[in-house]
Design a protein around this ligand. Structure first.
Ligand code: UDP
Ligand code: MG
Length: 313
């Protein structure tokens, strides 16, 4: 019998765990696969771990990985994926926003031969504010324009991955992880299905605005060096403009049609170019910082305890 591993990162989800297991059991009741749940406790401050241990005690197919601190969702996902042994892996959120009833459909597409079945939020989704919708649309547009991968608007971390995709993902050894991008980047036969996310069962979404901005910038830089080329382009543009300006000054001086006064414009120009140079240096510095972090070869996550056999990894 084929086996499924369902990987679920959890950060402060104590009240959602038992509910999610019950919902998933219901959705998987008529399915001809063996399945296991691998929860990754991402340094929760509440009783998520206690809840996970209780679930593991009463269900033989519930496993947990307890990370040593909060590493972030993508890192928790990596921890779970690294230790999953299924013929297919499904990743989903713990807060019931990713509807479990889509699982049979995802599995059907997998049986049809797709290696990756991902989901994306329907545009009409009522649980997302107008500003967030706008920002997310712009973000995807921007990342698509600036990097070498194309992400659907609203693509989510609710997806099915075939074993061979998982094998390739495990080979990627990067300091900074952005799963949505990585999964697109590996290729294979991909298929997307739209979904309407439910409201969070309980608790609060833990991504603040600045955390999302940081994520956006990080993921653009992880997938593209185009910002560096843009910096070069800016430099070229302004040097050309200056080159054209020099003959203009000379001619206007000769024919006297411009008085050439105004230290204010001079200061403004100096300040503008000073700022521009610092910005470009900042971009270069950010990439340098990433190279520095990558050379340290630190692990993406640290496991404090687990009820999975250690041989899994
Ligand atoms: N999550 C995590 N570590 C974090 C933040 C979130 O493992 O640092 C988990 C969280 O428990 C949930 C999923 O990632 O299962 C999505 O998080 P959330 O609901 O806060 O975000 P959103 O629904 O806005 O994407
Ligand atoms: Mg959520």
């Amino acid at each position: 019998m084929k086996k499924l591993s369902i990987v679920i990162p959890a950060f402060n989800e104590e009240e959602n765990i038992s509910h999610l297991v019950a919902e998933l059991d219901k959705s998987l009741a008529d399915i001809a696969y063996d399945y296991e749940y691998i929860f990754v406790n991402d340094g929760s401050k509440d009783n998520t771990l206690v809840e996970l241990k209780a679930q593991a005690a009463s269900h033989s197919n519930v496993f947990y990985i307890d990370l040593s601190k909060n590493f972030g969702k993508d890192y928790a996902l990596k921890a779970g994926i690294d230790m999953a042994k299924g013929d297919a892996i499904i990743t989903m959120d713990a807060d019931l926003q990713h509807p479990p009833h889509l699982l049979p459909q995802m599995l059907q597409h997998w049986e049809e031969g797709y290696d990756i079945v991902y989901t994306y939020r329907k545009d009409s989704n009522p649980h997302v504010g107008r500003f967030q919708k706008f920002a997310s649309k712009k973000f995807y547009k921007f990342i698509n324009a600036i990097s070498d991968i194309t992400l659907e608007n609203g693509i989510s971390d609710f997806r099915l991955l075939d074993e061979k995709v998982v094998y390739e993902l495990k080979q990627i050894n990067e300091y900074e992880i952005f799963f949505r991008g990585m999964v697109k980047w590996v290729g294979f036969q991909q298929m997307g299905i739209p979904y309407t996310p439910a409201a969070r069962h309980t608790g609060e979404a833990s991504y603040s605005f600045w955390k999302l901005v940081k994520l956006a910038v990080g993921s653009i830089m992880a997938f593209s060096v185009k910002p560096l080329y843009i910096a070069t382009g800016l430099g070229l543009f302004f040097s050309c403009a200056a080159l054209l300006y020099i003959p203009y000054i000379l001619i206007s001086k000769l024919y006297g049609f411009d008085e050439l006064s105004g230290w204010a414009s001079l200061i403004a120009t100096v300040a503008f170019f000073g700022g521009l140079q610092l910005m470009v240096l900042g971009i270069i510095g950010s990439y340098l910082g990433k190279i520095f972090m990558q050379t340290k070869h630190r692990p993406n996550y640290i496991i404090r305890s687990t009820n999975l056999p250690r041989s899994r990894k």
